[in-house]
Design a protein around this ligand. Structure first.
Ligand code: NAD
Length: 436
């Protein structure tokens, strides 16, 4: 099939590359000329495990192209994906200007039937808005399909190639057949393509992300309670997670959810509920719990240092909002850095992939280290903010040698309490007893 992808960010680039892998001809369009130039030169603008090999293979096989020329890209395409940003607007609702703007541009250019697929996360009713744009600007028939994306950054390629499910919202029979053909190579193990109406598909994505965010906030509250009552959240997590109705995954407490999706999607769903005169009480609590949790390590630090962080030097391990990505959008680390700087502390940061993104945002307001041990030299405490695998089994003797004080605040519960005690660390984690 001939496919065009409009918007070549985390979702668009992974979608385009993975669709070309099964033999489709894919043209990815972006308005960012620098990004397009990079990709035309065979360079990836993002870090995503497993993407590079597929990217090069399909470029070499001439199945994957990059351009800024929208008209050329969509001319022969039978399916056009919109993988555009839907950032929060001023009032928390999703800003649809990118999606509707691209729809208008496409409507003014097409001359034959197209399937327009919204991959961006969009509020209920967006498919109708996109349809209305096409009706206004062209007489050419189109089908507007809602096909939300469930990939996770860090395992995006794997998620796209073998999705748990594909959700397709459409009532157009021709579009349904095309989408079934397109996705069939990805669900050969028997995972479902779930067809539904557009509105249900749109809501499914928000419901999924909001449910996951709820799980995180719930476990963070359990963790906070564990600290007060002397229980260990890791034990509680294992105890509850072995119940199949609850499940083992996504029960890890930490320093709050971040990233480009959960914060904005929970907010957008709450706003959508509000607009329909429905007070979605749980979501409002999920958001306020998260705001508090993002600052919990700073609160712990302040308590430890009697409220005075002035002049203290802290090493930060991990800046990305989660491991295996360079994405720092809404990363809890950024909130923590902000609080530490406000309190007069010096921050030395290390991350395996996200350093450059942080540098372009924070410049020289903090210091940067080239490796995890270098970050520790002369520091009062180490803060662990992202659970990168490389942090799981470090050389604790080198850590002790490099640091001024043997103090660790772990926002990801990476280490065994007994081991920390044996090494003589002060170790303060989430929902577990403090080791002195
Ligand atoms: P992104 O910011 O990484 O990428 C968006 C891209 O669109 C950018 O490269 C930008 O230059 C480009 N763009 C903007 N306007 C354009 C236009 N008019 N024409 C062509 N290109 C244009 O965003 P993302 O993370 O890929 O997210 C895209 C959508 O997918 C959002 O709605 C998001 O909520 C949703 N989503 C994201 C993820 C994720 O993990 N990142 C997962 C599922 C769904």
């Amino acid at each position: 099939m001939e496919i065009a992808i409009i918007g070549t960010g985390y979702v668009g680039l992974v979608t385009g590359t993975c669709l070309s892998e099964t033999g489709n001809h894919v043209t990815c369009v972006d308005i960012n000329e620098q990004k397009v130039k990079m990709m035309q030169q065979g360079k990836l603008p993002i870090y995503e495990p497993g993407l590079e090999q597929l990217f090069h293979r399909n470029i070499n096989n001439e199945r994957l192209l990059f351009t800024t020329d929208l008209a050329g890209a969509i001319q022969n395409a039978s399916i056009i994906f919109l993988a555009l940003p839907t950032p929060p607007g001023g009032d928390g609702s999703a800003d649809l200007s990118y999606v509707l703007g691209a729809a208008k541009d496409i409507a003014c250019l097409i001359s034959s039937y197209k399937v327009i697929v919204t991959k961006s996360t969009v509020p209920v009713g967006t498919a109708d808005k996109v349809k209305a744009v096409f009706e206004k600007y062209t007489d050419v028939e189109v089908a507007v399909v809602s096909n939300p994306e469930f990939l996770r950054e860090g395992v995006a390629v794997e998620d796209f190639m073998k999705p748990d499910r594909v959700v397709v919202g459409t009532t157009d029979q021709r579009a349904r057949k095309l989408m079934a053909d397109l996705y069939s190579p990805y669900v050969r193990q028997g995972n479902p393509i779930i067809f539904m109406d557009e509105r249900s598909a749109e809501l499914t994505k928000y419901a999924a992300n909001s449910f996951l965010a709820t799980k995180i906030s719930f476990m963070n509250e359990i963790a906070n309670l564990c600290e007060l009552v002397g229980a260990d959240v890791d034990m509680v997590r294992l105890g509850v997670g072995s119940d199949e109705r609850i499940g083992k995954r996504f029960l890890f407490p930490g320093i709050g959810y971040g990233g480009s999706c959960f914060p904005k999607d929970v907010q957008a769903l709450a706003k959508a509920a509000d607009e329909n005169n429905y007070d979605f009480r749980i979501l409002n609590s999920v958001m306020s719990v998260n705001e508090i949790q993002k600052k919990i390590l700073v609160e712990k630090l302040k308590k430890y240092y009697n409220g005075n962080l002035e002049g203290k030097r802290f090493a930060l391990w991990g800046l990305a909002f989660k491991p295996e990505t360079d994405d720092i959008r809404e990363a809890p680390a950024l909130y923590i850095i902000d609080e530490l700087l406000k309190a007069g502390a010096v921050v030395v940061a290390y991350d395996p992939e996200a350093i450059n993104n942080v540098k372009s945002q924070l410049a020289d307001s903090i210091l940067y280290a080239n490796d995890l041990y270098e970050a520790l030299v002369g520091t009062d405490a180490l803060l662990i903010l992202t659970e990168w695998s490389a942090f799981r089994n470090p050389d604790f003797d080198t850590i002790k040698l490099n640091m001024k004080d043997k103090v660790i605040f772990d926002g990801r519960n990476l280490y065994d309490l007994q081991k920390m005690e044996e090494h003589g660390f002060y170790y303060n984690s989430i929902g577990r007893q403090v080791v002195n």
